[in-house]
Design a protein around this ligand. Structure first.
Ligand code: NBP
Length: 482
């Protein structure tokens, strides 16, 4: 790259965990990196600890930072999402010139990204909302990057981002997702899928522990074995690690001393809210978000424990090994549903906002660097290769073939869980979704009848076109309304 030696190829604003690691990643790949943080202490700390790892240009004012960038200037913002991001965008836009590129690498809400892109375009600045997944380790060693924004910006930024992204089978885990908010939208859905993936692993643990009676160490071993097969993924791998961990203070399995109240930062909730607006049933993701909320309702849970009647519960007397295999299959099938629903939401968002997102690209760039990286994503790539217009991932040949081998186990696991009084919200709701999809008749006809009864909302008939209303409070004859 031909750059005046004293100018940086790229800059990073915000040097907390993510920003400092990303800046180091750029430096490790041979780029000159301008760095700036609102509080200069963080910039100085980065330089003191890692300044010798590559070419950094530190600044203590935003003006100096902007002046240290080669044209067109490219600055990645890695600060808290929300007002902090708006504040930094404003400072950069003021100090920058026409054609410069501002990249927001934080977890912004996609509608904020759409607004920011419009505001920046009106001022002659390019704005790129880029979802970055992989946590602090990914930022340092290779994340999965989902940039939106104008195609023109991608042409300039692409090689830089490709040089720091994770690489799988020679392909960097980054591609231009689509215009304006497309990148942050898919990052949001990625996180929603992550919620469901984590929850189904949790439900599998719960069943192996409290139905089959395995110890955390034994379950860790089971997960290690699963990780060698189709379920191979980062999340299964780290769950095995967590379950093997022993608490130094008490000698107990660490899992037993961790409070069972799951936190959340908002991207799962956003995924469900956006799906509600788009009318897409992301039941697995929704149940996973609600499961975290329920787990954190500690007062309500305490009030209910030992008070709500359980009814007569069974005791587990099945074959332990057969049950472990059933749970593995139920987990795999529920995971299919979570991904199928996530991809449905992405397709609906793409149509609604005119993004033209290629689902194949997403499955490709999620194979490395990000939290949901998994062997299984290759199957999704193949599915969209075979049929880019697939109505649902579940209808692809591979998934159909697998599902016929999984379905009986999936049903058995839910029957067992229910008879033992063990909650499996994502396993169970995913099976209901699956059965709803394949059902010839749904109770929606009853709902249409009710709606027509109380609100004259009309209904369609199976045997002729048009809208119909029964005169419920009259002589109950039917009239055609359109
Ligand atoms: P944080 O989200 O904790 O944000 C801290 C940074 O924001 C500091 O550099 C801080 O500067 C800066 N900042 C704040 Br707060 N208000 C500011 C303002 N008004 N003006 C300028 N700077 C301001 O950092 P993080 O955990 O590194 O995450 C950065 C972004 O990446 C976030 O959007 C996050 O959602 C996203 N993300 C994080 C992860 C992860 O695993 N942590 C993963 C993927 C994406 P200061 O030092 O002066 O206070």
């Amino acid at each position: 790259m031909s750059t005046p030696e004293n100018l940086a190829h790229i800059g990073v604003v915000g040097l907390a965990v993510m920003g400092s690691n990303l800046a180091r990643n750029f430096a490790h790949k041979g780029h000159t990196v301008a760095v700036y943080n609102r509080s200069p202490e963080k910039t100085r700390a980065l330089m003191a600890a890692h300044g010798d790892e590559g070419a950094f240009l530190p600044s203590e004012t935003i003006e100096d930072f902007v002046a240290s960038l080669e044209r067109p200037r490219k600055a990645i913002i890695m600060v808290q999402a929300g007002p902090a991001t708006d504040a930094v965008i404003e400072q950069l836009a003021e100090a920058m010139e026409e054609g410069d590129i501002i990249i927001d690498g934080g977890n912004a809400l996609f509608t904020d990204t759409i607004r920011r892109e419009q505001e920046m375009a009106a001022r002659g600045r390019h704005f790129v909302g880029a979802g970055i997944s992989g946590g602090e380790e990914g930022a340092l060693t290779g994340p999965s990057i989902m940039p939106g924004g104008p195609t023109e910006s991608w042409e300039t930024l692409g090689p830089l981002l490709e040089s720091v992204a994770a690489v799988v089978d020679g392909t960097p885990c980054v591609t231009h997702i689509g215009p304006d908010g497309a990148g942050h939208f898919v990052k949001m859905v990625h996180n929603g899928i992550e919620y469901a993936d984590m929850q189904v692993i949790g439900e599998a643990y719960q069943l192996l522990r409290y139905a089959a009676g395995l110890t955390p160490a034994e379950i860790s071993e089971v997960f290690r074995e699963w990780n060698a097969g189709e379920l191979n993924s980062y999340l299964i791998e780290i769950t095995a690690e967590v379950l093997a961990q022993v608490d130094a203070e008490t000698g107990q399995p660490l899992i037993d001393v961790i409070v069972d109240a799951a936190g959340q930062k908002g991207t799962g909730r956003w995924t469900v809210k956006a799906a509600l607006d788009l009318g897409i049933p992301v039941t697995g993701i929704g149940e996973a978000v609600f499961a975290r909320a329920l787990s954190s309702s500690l007062e309500q849970r305490r009030a209910a424990q030992g008070v709500l009647p359980s009814g007569e519960l069974a005791t587990f007397d099945g074959d332990r090994d057969a049950f472990i295999e059933d749970v593995r299959r139920a987990l795999y099938a529920s995971k299919f549903v979570a991904y199928a629903q996530g991809f449905d939401e992405i397709q609906a968002g793409s149509e609604e906002y005119g993004w033209n997102i290629d689902p194949r690209d997403l499955a490709t760039i999620w194979r490395g660097g990000c939290i949901i990286r998994a062997k299984f994503l290759n199957r999704i790539v193949e599915a969209y290769d075979a049929n880019p217009e697939l109505p649902s991932l579940l209808l692809d040949g591979y998934f159909l073939g697998e599902l016929s081998g999984l379905i009986d186990s999936w049903r058995r696991v839910i029957i067992t869980a229910t008879s033992l009084g063990l909650p499996v919200p994502v396993f169970a709701s995913s099976l209901s979704y699956y059965d709803s999809l394949r059902a010839e008749r749904l109770p929606a006809a009853v709902i249409q009848g009710q709606r027509d009864f109380f609100g004259a909302h009309t209904y369609g008939r199976v045997d002729k076109p048009g809208a119909f209303h029964t005169l419920w409070s009259g002589d109950r004859t039917e009239v055609q309304t359109s």
